[in-house]
Design a protein around this ligand. Structure first.
Ligand SMILES: NC(=O)c1ccc[n+]([C@@H]2O[C@H](COP(=O)([O-])OP(=O)(O)OC[C@H]3O[C@@H](n4cnc5c(N)ncnc54)[C@H](O)[C@@H]3O)[C@@H](O)[C@H]2O)c1
Length: 326
């Protein structure tokens, strides 16, 4: 049993990760400011704790942009997922991503340094957007120079650099996972969530951000969690960088078709709204993305779903999730 800290553990990916860590009988502390996370996602485990079953989960409400002293403790592993993952936001308000991503990460690392907390492992969820508009697709981990085109990508790259320097200076191992688009139940942002919200309001016309030709790789959250856990199991280096994504791509129009089909919306008229002259959904939108995941696969990871299957599954999951709520 490991003692584990998960920041952002009430969020979309974080709560799925916590489910898996709790299933494996670890001792888990979640820290979250609940800005986009939902405490309900931990309810299975919190109920179990109250009933004095063997599971042990602690929740601390804290904001990492402030000095997070409430979470001081000894941990074997720290999973740092807390962030603002909304890529679109960066073009309107860069400061939010500087604070929620860079400052929050710095505060966490500084708290660890000052309180002499040296976990065996520090795990960080970075993003494919650090590559910017790579001219090599699928893009391997050693691609460079890294030139993000969104503030979000830049903020996560800054976090990677901070983590690398702290890992070397203060002697802990770090694993940085660069995630493609992750989708699945509990997601509260991203294209499928957005399309479903719009279809609920209007089943005849659907606004699509961009010209619809954006083509990227989509990974189901279950494959994401299994990738994270595989990635951290065999990484001997001080700092290891691993891509995590599905091995194919799907374009936005196809995602819209699947979303309409699965939600029973027929003959929907698409309204394409490119934000730039070359058809991006928003300034800083990388139009084409697929990661080279050879490195993670060589450690034994294999995704269960391709992009299309992940999209279909997610649409069904989000529809069921909403039905259950009413
Ligand atoms: N979802 C994706 O497609 C994707 C892709 C690449 C990388 N990532 C990264 O994965 C991680 C998780 O993303 P997600 O999609 O689950 O997002 P999410 O918004 O669902 O989860 C983030 C969690 O962090 C919490 N949080 C935010 N700021 C905080 C702060 N200052 N202090 C404490 N808690 C805070 C939120 O309340 C939320 O629970 C993020 O680091 C994100 O950058 C996500």
């Amino acid at each position: 049993m490991d003692k584990i800290l998960v920041t952002g553990g009430c969020g979309f990916i974080g709560s799925h990760l916590v489910d898996q860590l709790m299933t494996q009988e670890n001792n888990v502390t979640v820290v979250d400011n609940l800005s986009s996370g939902n405490l309900e996602y931990l309810s299975n485990w919190r109920t179990a704790t109250r009933n004095k079953k063997s599971k042990d989960l602690r929740f601390i409400k804290a904001d990492l942009t402030k000095s997070p002293l409430q979470i001081v403790g000894n941990y074997d592993i720290v999973f740092h997922l807390a962030a603002n993952p909304d890529v679109r936001l960066g073009s309107q308000n860069p400061r939010i991503q500087f604070e929620q991503n860079v400052l929050a990460t710095y505060n966490l690392l500084e708290m660890m340094r000052k309180k002499k907390i040296s976990p065996r492992l520090f795990v960080f969820t970075s993003t494919s957007t650090v590559y910017g508009e790579a001219d090599l697709i699928p893009t391997p981990e050693n691609y460079g120079p890294l030139q993000p085109i969104s503030v979000y990508g830049a903020s996560k790259l800054a976090c990677e650099a901070l983590i690398s320097s702290y890992a070397h200076n203060y002697k802990f191992r770090a694993v940085i996972l660069r995630l493609a688009n992750v989708i699945g139940s509990r997601s509260t942002h991203g294209i499928i969530y957005d399309l479903l919200q719009k279809l609920r309001k209007n089943k005849t016309e659907l606004e699509i951000l961009g010209d619809g030709s954006q083509t990227k790789s989509y990974l189901h959250v279950k494959d994401c969690v299994s990738g994270i856990l595989t990635g951290i199991s065999k990484t001997p280096n001080q700092v290891t960088i691993l891509n995590l994504g599905s091995e194919d791509q799907i374009n936005v129009l196809k995602i819209a078709d699947i979303t309409c089909r699965e939600s029973g919306a027929r003959q929907v008229k698409y309204k394409l709204t490119p934000a730039t002259s070359d058809g991006r959904g928003w300034p800083g939108d990388v139009k084409f993305m697929r990661l080279d995941v050879t490195k993670l696969k060589s450690l034994g990871w294999q995704p269960m779903m391709n992009s299309e299957q992940a999209v279909e599954t997610t649409v069904r999951e989000l529809i069921m999730e909403r039905l259950r709520r009413f």
